[in-house]
Design a protein around this ligand. Structure first.
Ligand SMILES: Cc1ncc(COP(=O)(O)O)c(C=O)c1O
Length: 388
């Protein structure tokens, strides 16, 4: 038998350090010890009944075959109507591409805009899969350090500073992961203008849209027709496992995206697309907004509670369900600290190192994807841990 020959791109892919935490948490749970899961970036609510029932109905109707690669026409239309209803933005359904999650959209955007050896600018700290997807595709991800001065978001001056002859795009997420901060509209508009001058593209990941607290929610489509705007049914719509998202692309790119999607995915999942038609209905929105209000209550509890314990949160999270906290007061190695916290008090967090290099050792991410009751208990446990 020949030895395994694994590609360099696979060998070089960085692991998620939080997986170590998860594996250990599972072992502790198997020993009968309850774990406070504040590391998971997934809503604790299950999919709303009306959406589930629409999925069941689609199955009963034998909707089990491929759809077009760009998605069901009626779903593309429903997405366009959704933008009209929520943001008074009129976009052609032709520009809407239905994808297997935001993850599928990110792959399509990068494959459509960049050739091997070219690069994309990403915020550090930022969502880790972006740099890993780029690497798998033979692209380079240039990590640009951001901090509280720019709301942990890329800004035009930084983008210009890092742009080189091989840069084709910059990518932002608003609200962002791990910081939950919004990209201010003025910053977005300037990014669009400067990147257009460079003949490049801005990819805007709006996966946490709808989960925005005490700030105005927006879409980049209100300000530009040139951006690649990514969204998903995973977070606000509570459908992580249905693996469905979408992307709105400029007219000229629909054909290229279609050809790539045909080859990589063939089609997005059919049953999920039928369920998503119900997710987008105005009637479903009130239930989803009530969930958003619960996330807000949790943030309003957790943020001051962590600050009181001594964590420093330098930019207030206005959306998503994350708090990125500086834990330097307790340790200069957050990965080690997070591991110890799990061992001693059974609270699981995500270490900063999963999100990039910038001050990663001094940070950890809290996900408030658990009930207030659990969050309160977890805070008490962390208090015990840091006072021990
Ligand atoms: C910023 C961001 N983008 C994209 C994704 C991928 O989400 P999905 O593929 O479930 O839509 C995530 C998941 O956590 C995320 O945080």
């Amino acid at each position: 038998m020949s030895g395994s020959v694994i590609s360099k791109r696979a060998q070089n892919l960085s692991p998620f350090y939080v997986m170590d935490i998860l594996a250990r948490a599972k072992k502790l749970a198997a020993q009968g010890r309850s774990i406070y899961h504040l590391e998971i970036g997934e809503p604790d609510f299950s999919t709303a009944d009306s959406i589930v029932n629409a999925g069941i109905e689609a199955l009963k109707q034998q909707q089990t075959q491929y759809t077009p690669a760009l998605g069901l026409t009626q779903l593309r239309e429903a997405v366009a109507e959704y933008y009209q209803r929520k943001f008074s933005v009129s976009i052609s359904p032709q520009r809407v591409v239905i994808t297997p999650g935001a993850s599928g959209a990110l792959q399509l955007a990068l494959a459509c805009l960049l050739d091997a050896g070219e690069n994309v600018l990403l915020a550090d700290p930022g969502y880790p899969c972006n740099r890993n997807i780029a690497q798998i595709m033979g692209l380079q991800a240039i990590l640009v350090a951001v901090d509280s001065h720019n709301n942990f978001q890329l800004e035009a001056s930084l983008v210009l500073q890092h742009w080189n002859s091989k840069t084709r795009a910059a990518m932002v997420a608003t609200p962002g992961n791990p910081t939950g901060t919004l990209l201010p509209v003025s910053q977005l508009v300037e990014l669009c203008q400067q990147i257009a001058i460079k003949n490049g593209h801005l990819i805007v990941d709006e996966i946490y849209q709808g989960l925005v607290y005490d700030a105005e929610d927006y879409t980049a489509l209100q300000y530009s027709d040139d951006c690649f705007v990514i969204n998903s049914f995973s977070k606000y719509f509570g459908m992580t496992g249905w693996r469905l998202g979408w992307m709105v692309v400029p007219d000229d790119y629909v054909d290229a995206v279609d050809r790539i999607a045909q080859n990589i995915f063939l089609a997005p999942p059919t049953i999920s697309q039928y369920a998503a038609l119900t997710a987008l209905k105005a009637e479903t929105q009130s239930e989803l907004d009530a969930r958003r209000d619960i996330f807000k209550q949790r943030r309003d509890f957790l943020l001051p509670a962590l600050e009181q314990l001594g964590f420093v949160i330098s930019a207030k999270p206005q959306g998503a369900f994350y708090i990125y906290a500086n834990c330097e007061k307790f340790s200069d190695n957050s990965f080690h600290w997070v591991k110890q916290l799990l061992e001693e008090q059974r609270v699981a967090l995500t270490p900063g190192i999963d999100f990039g290099h910038q001050q990663a050792d001094k940070h950890c991410r809290f996900a408030y994807t658990q009930s207030l009751d659990i969050l309160e208990k977890a805070v008490a446990k962390i208090d015990l841990f840091i006072k021990r």
